[in-house]
Ligand binder design. Structure first.
Ligand code: FUL
Length: 595
């Protein structure tokens, strides 16, 4: 009889286990699970742009400009290691087409630069440094190439794959490849100059490129805006949605034509397991600009990015712009290492460790030996058999009363909940799932002291209180001079739009800057093409600058334009020619000139 009960018990438990381990929806590959566990890793942006102060090179910049004086990939690796980052993804080729390795398929590379007399190979140096420091290495290879004459033709795709083959064959294991979706159209294109429009749904023939990566590096994760292995988070400010499904319908979206809203949340019913990666730079720009030395993100900002990326079921790809010497600038290194030390310090004592846990149906209760004070609760879902939790509520037993302290949706790899400071003797979490069986997540509880945001010390070179807006003649126009990034002038009457300002006195100016709409994610009215003119009397105008703001739609920051020399003027005119969406909307948060 006893034997029979034991046998029944055995059958019951094994069937329970196998039931709960049935896959629910799409499941991750081992490479995706390993990638998730990396949590934080680095991006480095380095190219000719570094030496020309550009975000996007045009493709005609001379390789002679590439000449770092103290390039040291071991310094990059050391900084990343100390900053707790688990790998480094290098811009082997950015949009301008310049290659950081001596590719045998082009002359537009380090082999024609003065650096190491053309004998250098940044990809090789980084792969060796990564090995030495126990870091993984990844490759960014821009599909858009503004240097190649045949960009837009089928032969370019062969060139692109040849380069990819070099990179995935000669430098050891590559954990991630990054195929940026940007394409601004115009470029040098082997001297033909002009615009090249491609059909993003067909031109790159991604399926065959994916097959090539799988063949050369079967464990490599492929980033493309919409998958196949991981997807973009839909912005470059450093956050993903609070609801973040690691599922996405890969074949229903086109890389290069991203749907920012679904990228942010993922898609609950989608057939593919495609978690999101949050990519953001430690400075405003991706490439190094001396004028951003004081704009390196604060501990407060980095911490919030961590909560809004890793803490919402994504990973975090943190960019360091390599400086002109060829190093991670000391200011950036210090900020990243300080942040990592801070992170270690706040997660030292898990208050749930000595507590007892019991589960009833789909809820779990954590009981402390005596009441504890906490501000964060961390949930970690076991997603090996699919992401199954779609919602949860957290209650705390405070002085004998149960009180709801948080509600949420998805969890996935990790979910950090920031709570009001709570002192409680028990915590109860109810989980919701559509799967036939729930797999309970791991729970950790911490008491993290509040971190204060440092004041935003925006400064202006001139006393803008004296300035008068001549046009447009609308009350809202004053918002572009109020120093408040959150207020803006919005017009929707088409282009061009002229902003004319009378500074009421003659000033010597060395440049101007434009801050686009800072609305969080669905930015419209972002100006990509402009002209800037000056005048002493507000009637006769001299054009001093015209051009394009690079990467402004993904990264809508202050756009700084410097003139060749200082110009004396009383009136200024900013003419907006075109916006990033091709619509008629104009948005401007601030307009300013530089001393
Ligand atoms: C963007 C690019 O256009 C930027 O230059 C940068 O490389 C960033 C990571 O992705 O879309």
């Amino acid at each position: 009889m006893k034997k029979l009960t034991l046998l029944m018990l055995f059958i019951m438990t094994t069937s329970l286990i196998s039931r709960s381990q049935e896959p629910f929806g799409p499941v991750p590959t081992q490479s995706q699970l390993d990638w998730y566990d990396m949590e934080r890793y680095a991006f480095v942006h380095f190219s000719i742009n570094t030496f020309t102060d550009q975000e996007w090179g045009f493709g005609d910049e001379s390789p002679q400009l590439f000449n770092p004086t103290r390039l040291d990939c071991r310094q990059w690796a050391k900084v990343c290691k100390e900053a707790g980052l688990k790998g480094i993804i290098l811009t082997a080729k950015h949009h301008a087409g310049f290659c950081l390795w001596p590719s045998k398929y082009t002359d537009y590379s380090v082999k024609n630069s003065p650096w190491k007399n053309g004998k250098g190979d940044v990809v090789r140096e980084l792969s060796e440094a990564c090995k030495e420091y126990g870091l993984k290495m990844g490759i960014y290879l821009s599909p858009w190439d503004r240097n190649r004459a045949d960009y837009g033709e089928p032969s370019y795709i062969e060139y692109f794959r040849n380069q990819l083959t070099e990179l995935l064959t000669n430098y050891g294991d590559i954990f991630e490849v990054w195929f940026d979706g940007a394409n601004g159209g115009d470029g040098y294109y082997g001297g033909q100059r002009g615009r090249r429009n491609i059909d993003r749904s067909k031109y790159y023939d991604w399926n065959n490129t994916i097959a090539l990566v799988r063949k050369l590096q079967p464990n490599c994760i492929i980033w493309n805006e919409v998958g196949p292995d991981i997807r973009w988070c839909g912005n470059e400010q450093g956050s993903i949605g609070e609801t973040n499904w690691a599922r996405y319908d890969y074949s229903a979206h086109i890389p290069g034509e991203p749907d920012n809203a679904t990228l942010r949340s993922g898609e609950i019913d989608a057939p593919n397991f495609v978690p999101a990666e949050v990519n953001v730079s430690i400075r405003p720009g991706w490439f190094y600009h001396k004028f951003e030395d004081l704009k390196v993100k604060s501990l407060y900002k980095l911490t919030n990015i961590y909560y809004n990326s890793v803490g919402r079921g994504s990973t975090w790809l943190l960019n360091f712009p390599i400086d002109c010497e060829g190093r991670i600038n000391d200011i950036d290194a210090k900020a990243a290492i300080e942040f990592n030390n801070y992170l270690k310090s706040i997660y030292k004592e898990n208050l749930a460790k000595d507590a007892s846990e019991r589960t009833v149906d789909n809820s779990m209760t954590v009981s402390f030996k005596k009441a504890v004070t906490f501000t964060q609760l961390i949930l970690k879902e076991d997603i090996r058999k699919g992401q199954r939790i779609k919602g949860f509520e957290v209650e705390a037993l405070i002085n004998g009363d149960w009180k709801t302290i948080a509600k949420g949706t998805t969890i996935s790899h990790k979910r950090i909940l920031l709570l009001p400071e709570t002192t409680a003797s028990e915590v109860k979490i109810a989980f919701h799932t559509d799967a036939s069986e729930l797999i309970f997540p791991k729970v950790e509880i911490y008491n993290v002291p509040e971190l204060k945001e440092p004041e935003d010390m925006e400064s202006y070179d001139f006393d803008r209180a004296k300035w008068k807006i001549v046009s447009p003649d609308t009350v809202a126009a004053s918002q572009i001079l109020d120093g408040n990034k959150k207020t803006m002038l919005w017009l929707d009457k088409g282009f061009p739009v002229d902003i004319v300002i009378d500074m009421t006195e003659n000033n010597s100016i060395s440049g101007f800057r434009y801050l686009p709409d800072q609305g969080d994610y669905f930015l419209r009215g972002i100006i990509t093409h402009y002209e800037f003119a000056v005048s002493m009397n507000g009637k006769e105008w001299t054009n001093v600058s015209s051009g394009e703001f690079s990467n402004i739609s993904n990264n809508p920051l202050w756009q700084v334009v410097k003139f060749d020399k200082k110009i004396k003027t009383r009136f200024i005119r900013f003419r907006a020619i075109r916006n990033s969406k091709g619509w008629g909307d104009f948005g401007c948060a601030e307009l300013d000139v530089l001393k």
